[in-house]
Design a protein around this ligand. Structure first.
Ligand code: ADP
Ligand code: MG
Length: 259
C-alpha cells in the first residue's frame, strides 16, 4: 500500500502556551514536502508533536499514517509504525554506542522474533557509513557524544537509511553542513525517495532544496501554514526573503506571539 500521511487541524501547546494553531497537511508516498519559515514560527514544534515528544501537548486535531491514529501511539509505536525524525539538535547519549543504539532501533522497528543478525547489521551499517563517507570509528563512539554539528547530521541520515521509515521528517538537516556534506546528505535522501515513502523537510534556507527538489513548499508563520506552492515558491523565498509573504498576508510579527 502506498503511504498516506495526514495531519488535520493539529494544535499543540508547550507549558500551556499554544504554539501550533491548526496545521493541515497531506503527504502521499513518493512526495517531498518542504516546510520553510523564519525562526520561532513553530516548525520544530510540529516535528516534535508528530513524534510524540512528551513536552508538546496535542490539544486538537488528528494525525494518521495509512489510516492509523498516530496520536494514540507512544513514541516507540510511532517509530515502529514507520515515523522517523532527524532532530534539529540530536541528543548525546553517553554509554550507548552508535552501533548499539542503531541495532536496538532497527530491531524495535522489525519487531520481536524478526531481529536482524549481528553480521547482517554490521555489514549494512558499514555499507551505509561508506555511502555517507563516515569514518568507521563512528560505529563505536557513544551516540553523538563529541560529534561535530555536521557529524551529528550525517549520523541522523545514517539512522534514516538503516531504518527505512515510511514518513521521514528532517528538521534543519542542512544546518552545520558544509557544501560537500550537504551533497552527501542530499544524495542519501534522494536515494531513499520511493512510492511508499513520504518526506517532510523542514528548512530555514532554500539551499538544501537545490539538491532535494520538493514537490510542495509550505511557509510557516505564527504556528500555521500560511502559504503553499511548488518549488518555485522556495526559489522566490531564497531571492526575496520572507517579507513579501508577510506583506501579502498582513503579518507584522511572524513568530508564535506571546500568549
Ligand atoms: P522554529 O523551529 O520554527 O524555529 P520552534 O517550534 O522551535 O520554532 O519554536 C516555536 C516557539 O515555541 C518559540 O516561541 C519557542 O520558544 C517555543 N518553544 C519551542 N519548544 C519549546 C520548549 N521545549 N519549551 C518552551 N518553549 C518552546
Ligand atoms: Mg526549529
Amino acid at each position: 500500500m502506498s503511504t498516506q500521511f495526514e495531519i488535520q487541524g493539529l494544535k499543540s501547546s508547550i507549558e500551556g502556551k499554544e504554539i501550533l494553531k491548526g496545521i493541515d497537511l497531506k503527504i502521499k508516498g513518493g512526495e517531498v514536502h518542504a516546510i520553510m519559515g523564519p525562526n520561532g514560527t513553530g516548525k520544530s514544534t510540529l516535528a516534535s508533536a508528530l513524534m510524540g515528544h512528551p513536552k508538546y501537548e496535542v490539544t486538537d486535531g488528528s494525525v494518521t499514517l495509512n489510516g492509523e491514529d498516530v496520536l494514540d501511539m507512544g513514541v516507540d509505536e510511532r517509530a515502529r509504525a514507520g515515523l522517523f525524525l532527524a532532530m534539529q539538535y540530536p541528543s548525546e547519549i553517553t554509554g550507548v554506542t552508535n552501533a548499539d543504539f542503531l541495532r536496538s532501533a532497527i530491531n524495535a522497528r522489525r519487531g520481536e522474533g524478526n531481529e536482524i543478525s549481528l553480521i547482517k547489521f554490521v555489514r549494512q551499517m558499514e555499507g551505509k557509513m561508506k555511502e555517507l563517507e563516515m569514518n568507521p570509528e563512528f560505529m563505536h563512539r557513544y551516540l553523538n557524544e563529541g560529534f561535530s554539528g555536521g557529524e551529528k547530521k550525517r549520523n541522523e541520515i545514517l539512522q534514516m537509511l538503516l531504518l527505512e521509515p515510511k514518513l521521514v521528517i528532517l528538521d534543519e538537516i542542512d544546518s552545520g553542513l558544509d557544501i560537500d556534506a550537504l551533497r552527501i546528505v542530499a544524495e542519501g535522501v534522494n536515494a531513499m525517495r520511493s512510492e511508499d515513502r513520504g518526506f517532510l523537510i523542514i528548512t530555514h534556507y532554500q539551499r538544501l532544496l537545490n539538491y532535494i527538489t520538493p514537490d510542495f513548499v509550505h511557509v510557516m508563520m505564527q504556528g500555521r501554514i500560511v502559504k503553499s506552492g511548488g518549488p518555485e515558491l522556495a526559489t522566490r523565498l531564497e531571492a526575496e526573503g520572507y517579507d513579501w509573504v508577510k506583506e501579502e498576508l498582513g503579518i507584522v510579527d511572524e513568530t508564535v506571539g506571546q500568549a
